[in-house]
Ligand binder design. Structure first.
Ligand SMILES: [Cu+2]
Length: 129
């Protein structure tokens, strides 16, 4: 009985590690707290799905904002500057967007949150593999 309980614990631990494979980061944008989740860890060159959860100072999920994810890479040897924008669409309490990093390397990302006539943003870098 004790042995099987220990075995179950190990199984749960492994399951936890497998499921926690997405890439996650927390940022602030103005008064909002922004949780960004990417389905791939590490994020890859090509398509990645991004989920953005925005919380106001009272801890309430923000669902009435317009959210855009802008991402860019400056020009480099053999590559002109690249700059893209993805509109995020609300699904439940989460804004979802798809990014398509056209090469591996560091990408500048900016979540722009437009609400009540104000725009605030959270910036972060993603190193696409
Ligand atoms: Cu590049």
């Amino acid at each position: 009985m004790k042995k099987s309980a220990a075995f179950m614990m190990v199984l749960l631990l492994i399951a936890g590690i497998v499921y926690a494979k997405g890439y996650e980061l927390n940022k602030r944008a103005g008064d909002y707290s922004v949780l960004i989740k990417i389905d791939k860890n590490p994020p890859v060159a090509g398509k990645n799905s991004v989920e953005i959860t925005i919380t106001d100072p009272s801890g309430k999920a923000v669902t009435d904002a317009k959210v855009v994810l802008a991402y860019s890479m400056p020009a480099m040897a053999g590559m002109p500057a690249a700059s893209y924008k993805a509109d995020a669409t609300l699904s439940g309490n989460v804004y979802k967007a798809k990014v398509d990093y056209s090469m591996s390397g560091p990408w500048n990302n900016e979540v722009k949150i437009m609400r009540g006539g104000k725009t605030v943003s959270a910036k972060f870098t993603i190193d696409a593999k």
